[in-house]
Design a protein around this ligand. Sequence first.
Ligand code: HXC
Length: 515
Amino acid sequence: MHSEKLKNFLHKKRQAEQSGGEERILAQHEKGKLTARERIDLLLDEGSFTEIDALVTHHYYEFDMQNKKFFGDGVVTGYGTINGRKVFLFAYDFTVLGGTLSEMGAKKITKVMEHATRVGCPIIGIADSGGARIQEGILSLDGFASIFYHNQLASGVVPQITCSIGPSAGGAVYSPAMTDFVIMVDKLATMFVTGPEVVKTVLGEEVSFDELGGAMSHGKISGVSHFVAKNEYHCMDIVKSLLSYIPQNSTEEPPVVDTGDDPNRLDNNLINIVPENPLQPYDMKEIIHSIVDNHQFFEIHELFASNVIVGFGRFHGRTIGIIANQPMVLAGALDIDSSNKASRFVRFCDCYNIPIVTLVDTPGYMPGTHQEHGGIIRHGSKLLYAYCEATVPKITIIIGKAYGGAYIAMGSKNLGTDMNYAWPTAQIAVLGSEAAVRIMNRKEIETAKDPVALKKQLVDNFTEKFANPYVAASYGTIDTVIDPAETRPAIIRALEGLANKRERRIPRKHGNINL
Ligand code: HXC
């Protein structure tokens, strides 16, 4: 009798492991995609996966759905470890009714999200789904709503990461968008609110799936995707690297790694990276790579708004969030996209106790109707808000130009930055010398006997007097002017000095960031 029951159970278990069946698994492989279970195996430490709700089915009868029941109901959920660290996860199972979201699928997903939030460990979602299960109508839509609700509850409590490895259509894209990091796999992932068919009907525009919502489009143009992975294996490697920098939850510190790199390591070549002519660009990443432990910089949003660089590095084994202007792109000016990119990164670091190092070389906010009408005032001010709001240790180093609003926005002293350093090459002013003289001395130059000579003289005077770090240092808004060679040890000493920083603000429900 017992043996019958056990046999019955084992049969169901095997069926559940088979997801949508051999044929669907083959079809999934033919599309060049792994199955949900294969993805989980690839991501987690071997043998560490514990599945939850494997025997869940839908309870829907319309549209002949009673004959389309599969265990798991389109999503595999559970927990396991990645390099020994616990994570909860859900992976949409495309072999079951196209991985579509049912009422029960949503309950499975929100159950693991609740576990992760209570236990205090990251949530990883693997997206490959036809979106709302059309047959279930409102039940499915309400399911998405409850996922969004749990995304918000988890936000700032535990890190949330999305691996997008197949279609994500309609409102389904909003759950990934509410997570902290999205990784899209090139040529396999697509995300869009309305697909090419609708675009054609409504706007008469012809656009392919990939062009509309592929990994490159979202990695480069919209910024929805923080990473573009070459394939599924690369995608899982990115998750593992990302996790190595961040803590399990907002009450923990990020992991400390023995990198073996000398905290007192100097680089006498650093100053030579910055050209003497301030109009000539250079690659800020050379400076970043030089100063972080073992020259390892984990860049985020590499392809999007590359006039600002954001990512993680380690200083003496501790994770630091780096935000830097990139003079190679748009001369390092801040625009709408780079303001959004940097603000979101500052806020992530602040949520998860990751100190922030800002490297500055920017001529200002981008001018022009495109930027003004696009809302540079709204978007640019997010960066101010984010820096002011962040209470983690903040260190800013001005390397070259730091003009006007962009000087202020890039972690200036009065935004609550703890340590502000400058290289001798820093130029801190309201405007560049040329622009300043053009405004201050226009009439004088126009009426001069030799306008060219006068202008040159005025520009030289301005540069000598104001385009340096010493005026700011004399007011204490720059704490120290440092030898560029000593940038790495200076940052490490500053971080040590700030290690037990505690800053409490007046309690409130939440601030109202100017979104
Ligand atoms: C029910 C669906 C489905 C859906 C796919 N299927 N999407 N079933 N509801 N939304 C089923 C198919 O009928 C098929 O079943 C199986 O899943 C696999 O789909 P295929 O089309 O054969 O696969 P493929 O060619 O790879 O195309 C995948 C796809 C396409 C790009 C996702 O199926 C598609 O465009 N689906 C519709 C996407 C969509 O518009 N979803 C609703 C979005 S609105 P059989 O049995 O034939 O194999 C939404 C609202 C959320 O999500 C709101 C939240 C706020």
